[in-house]
Design a protein around this ligand. Structure first.
Ligand code: G3H
Ligand code: 13P
Ligand code: ZN
Length: 320
C-alpha cells in the first residue's frame, strides 16, 4: 500500500489504548531493522526523518529506501514523517517531497507566534492531504531543581492546550511532561513523568492525539554492552518502560518517539564486533548484527506500546 498519514492510525490508537512507534531513520540498515521488527509483529509504524537526517543521507535516498520498505513489508501501514521541522520552508519542502506527515516545532517561540507558524504549516499541509504535529511546551527532565511555578513556563500548560489546538488546527500535539531527548535523562533526579499534568492536558483537549518525544528507555543492557566494549556512558538513563506503557495505554498518547535506543543498539553491536574481532573489516559483518539489534529493540517497543497486531485495523481504516 502507499504511504499513509497519521489520521486513521491515531484515531484507532486513541480509542484502542495503544501508541504507534515513531522511529528515526538515517540509513538503510536502520530502516530495514525497524521495518523487519514491525513486520514480525504486524505493527503500523512511523519512519521519521530529522533535518539532520535529510542532510546526512540525502532525502532522495531515504525516500527510495522507504519505497523499498513499502514494497517488501507486506502491506504494513507506514507514515513518512518530518521530525522537528524548524521552519515553514522545511515543512513545505517535505510536503512537496511526498512526506505524509510533518512536525512544525515552534515550541521555542512565544505562544501566539507558535500558533501562527503552526497555522501556516497546517494550511499548506492540509491542502495537500498531509497531517501536522505541533508542540506546546519545552522538553526537559522533571528535575528537582525546577520549581513548581517554573514548570508552567517549561512544560505544557493545560490551560493553553485547547486554544493552541483550536487556533493552529494541528492534528496532534507533542507535550512536555518530563521526558527529554538523548541518553542522559533525569540526570539529577529519579525518573518521573508528570502524569497529573498529562491527564489535565488530555481533559483540556479530549480526543486530540498526543505525542511523546524523548521517550527512549535507554536499556541498561545496551548501555552495559557499550561500556563493556570500550564506550563511555556514565549516568545514561531513560524513561522506565512501565511509565512509557502507562502513557501509551491510558492517556491518549498515540505516538512515541524513539531515536536514542536505536543508536544505542546499533553502537553496542558494532562495538562488540570490533572489540571481539579486531581483524574484521567487512561492513556487512558489523552492520548486519547492528540491523538485527535494531530489530530486537523495535520489537520490544512494539510490545510495550501495545501496538502488536494493529496493522490490519489501520489498513482497513485507511482503505475505507
Ligand atoms: O529529537 C531529535 C532526534 O533524535 C533526531 O536527532 O537531529 O541528530 O537527527 P538528529
Ligand atoms: P529519544 O532521544 O529519547 O530517543 O527521543 C527521540 C525524539 O524525540 C525524536 O524526535
Ligand atoms: Zn523529539
Amino acid at each position: 500500500m502507499p504511504l499513509v498519514t497519521t489520521r486513521e492510525m491515531f484515531k484507532l490508537a486513541y480509542a484502542g489504548g495503544f501508541a504507534v512507534g515513531a522511529f528515526n531513520v538515517n540509513n538503510m540498515e536502520i530502516i530495514q531493522g525497524i521495518v523487519d521488527g514491525c513486520k514480525d509483529d504486524n505493527a503500523p509504524l512511523i519512519l521519521q526523518i530529522s533535518k539532520g537526517a535529510r542532510q546526512y543521507a540525502n532525502v532522495k535516498y531515504l525516500r527510495k529506501l522507504i519505497d523499498a520498505a513499502l514494497e517488501t513489508s507486506g502491506d504494513l501501514p507506514i507514515v513518512m514523517h518530518l521530525d522537528h521541522g524548524d521552519s515553514f520552508e522545511l515543512c513545505k519542502a517535505c510536503v512537496d517531497d511526498g512526506f505524509t506527515s510533518v512536525m512544525i516545532d515552534a515550541s521555542h517561540l512565544p505562544f501566539a507566534e507558535n500558533i501562527a507558524l503552526t497555522r501556516k504549516v497546517v494550511e499548506y499541509a492540509h491542502a495537500r492531504g498531509v497531517t501536522v504535529e505541533a508542540e506546546l511546551g519545552k522538553l526537559a527532565g522533571e528535575e528537582e531543581h525546577v520549581k513548581v511555578d517554573e514548570r508552567d513556563a517549561v512544560y505544557t500548560n493545560p490551560a493553553q492546550a485547547a486554544e493552541f489546538v483550536g487556533k493552529s488546527g494541528c492534528d496532534s500535539l507533542a507535550v512536555a511532561i518530563g521526558t527529554s531527548h538523548g541518553a542522559y535523562k533525569f540526570s539529577t533526579s529519579e525518573p518521573k513523568l508528570n502524569f497529573d499534568r498529562l491527564a489535565a492536558i488530555q481533559k483540556a483537549i479530549p480526543g486530540v492525539p498526543m505525542v511523546l518525544h524523548g521517550a527512549s528507555s535507554v536499556p541498561q543492557d545496551l548501555v552495559a554492552k557499550c561500556v563493556q566494549f570500550g564506550g563511555q556512558m556514565k549516568g545514561a538513563q531513560g524513561v522506565p518502560e512501565a511509565m512509557m506503557h502507562k502513557a501509551a495505554t491510558e492517556f491518549g498518547i498515540c505516538k512515541i518517539n524513539i531515536d536514542t535506543d536505536l543508536r544505542l543498539a546499533m553502537t553496542a553491536s558494532i562495538r562488540e564486533v570490533f572489540a571481539t574481532n579486531p581483524k574484521e573489516f567487512d561492513p556487512r559483518k558489523y552492520l548486519g548484527p547492528a540491523r538485527d539489534a535494531i530489530k530486537t529493540v523495535v520489537k520490544r517497543k512494539i510490545q510495550m506500546l501495545n501496538c502488536a497486531g494493529k496493522a490490519d485495523a489501520v489498513r482497513a481504516a485507511v482503505k475505507n
